[in-house]
Design a protein around this ligand. Structure first.
Ligand code: ADE
Length: 256
C-alpha cells in the first residue's frame, strides 16, 4: 500500500471533519500519487486537505503466484480480472469516511464503456466525502462484480487507455481542485470552461504585441462592462463552433 502522509479517516485537527479521501484499487500502486503529487494538488495532499490511499489488487490474490487474471469465458482475446480477487480487494475498503457511517463513498470503475465524466458529476463527487476508484487492466473486470458491488462505470473520453490509472488521476485531480482551500483564487473556478455550460474565453497577457499579433483592443480599454460583454460573446462563439452539443444544452442554446 502506498499512501499520502495522512490517510484513513483521521479527523482534521481544526474542524473535526475527515478530509476528502480517494482510495484507488490498482495493479500498479507505484503509479500513485503520480501527477497528483505535483503542483497545487500535491501541496494540498501534503497539507492534508485531501488524502490518498492506494491498494494493490494483487495483495488479494489467493495463490502463491499472485495471479489476478484469467481467460474470458466463451473465449476471445486477452484476460479478465478474476471476480473473487477483485471483490476481495473492493471489500477490504471502508466505504464511509464518517464515524456514523453516513455518506458512503461511491465506488467507481474506470472503463471506456462507462458514462462520460462531466464537470457536473465532478462537482457532485467533490462535494461528497470522497471516492473509491477501481482501475481496470487487461480486457476488463468480470461483469458480475460490477453488478454485485453496484459499481458506477465512468469513462474519461472516447478513446482507450492501457488501464484506468491515468483516468483515475484525471478524475481525482478534477475533484480535488474544487475542494475548499485547494485553489487560492476561488473566482478561477467560476469563470472557467463548463461552469455555466460554455467553453472559456481566450486569454492574453503582456506584451501588447507579440510576433506581430496584438491583444484585442477592448481588453486594454479598462471598460469592464465592454470586456465582460466581449468575453461572453467569445464564449458563445467558441462553444457553438467547437462543441455544438454543449451549445444546445446550455441555457442560451435552449432558448434559441
Ligand atoms: N480505461 C481505459 N480507457 C479508459 C477511458 N477512456 N476512460 C476511463 N477508463 C479507461
Amino acid at each position: 500500500m502506498t499512501d499520502s502522509p495522512k490517510q484513513n479517516s483521521e479527523s482534521d485537527a481544526k474542524t473535526g471533519a475527515s478530509p476528502w479521501k480517494a482510495t484507488v484499487l490498482t495493479l500498479f500502486p507505484d503509479a500513485f500519487p503520480g501527477v497528483l503529487g505535483a503542483s497545487i494538488i500535491g501541496s494540498a495532499l501534503k497539507d492534508e486537505k485531501w488524502c490518498l490511499e492506494s491498494i494493490d489488487i494483487r495483495d488479494f490474490s489467493f495463490n502463491k503466484h499472485r495471479t489476478v487474471d484469467t481467460t474470458p469465458a466463451g473465449g476471445g482475446p486477452g484476460m479478465v480480472l478474476k471476480p473473487d480477487v477483485s471483490a476481495a480487494a473492493i471489500d477490504s475498503v471502508a466505504r464511509s469516511t464518517s464515524e456514523n457511517g453516513e455518506n458512503p463513498r461511491p465506488l467507481l470503475y474506470l472503463t471506456p464503456r462507462g458514462k462520460p465524466l462531466t464537470q457536473e458529476r465532478v462537482r457532485e463527487l467533490a462535494s461528497g466525502t470522497g471516492v473509491i476508484v477501481f482501475c481496470g487492466r487487461f480486457e476488463g473486470l468480470d461483469e458480475r462484480v460490477i453488478e454485485a458491488r453496484d459499481m458506477e462505470e465512468v469513462s474519461i473520453g472516447d478513446f482507450v487507455l492501457a488501464g484506468g490509472e491515468v483516468a483515475a488521476q484525471v478524475l481525482i485531480e478534477a475533484c480535488v481542485r474544487l475542494l475548499p482551500g485547494v485553489l487560492g483564487d476561488i473566482t478561477s473556478t467560476h469563470e472557467e470552461s463548463f461552469e455555466d455550460g460554455l467553453l472559456e474565453y481566450p486569454l492574453y497577457a503582456k506584451p501588447r504585441e507579440w510576433e506581430g499579433r496584438n491583444i484585442p483592443k477592448v481588453l486594454l480599454s479598462g471598460d469592464h462592462k465592454a470586456i465582460a460583454k466581449w468575453r461572453r460573446t467569445q464564449m458563445e462563439q467558441i462553444t457553438k463552433e467547437r462543441r455544438p452539443d454543449l451549445w444546445i444544452k446550455s441555457s442560451i442554446g435552449e432558448k434559441e
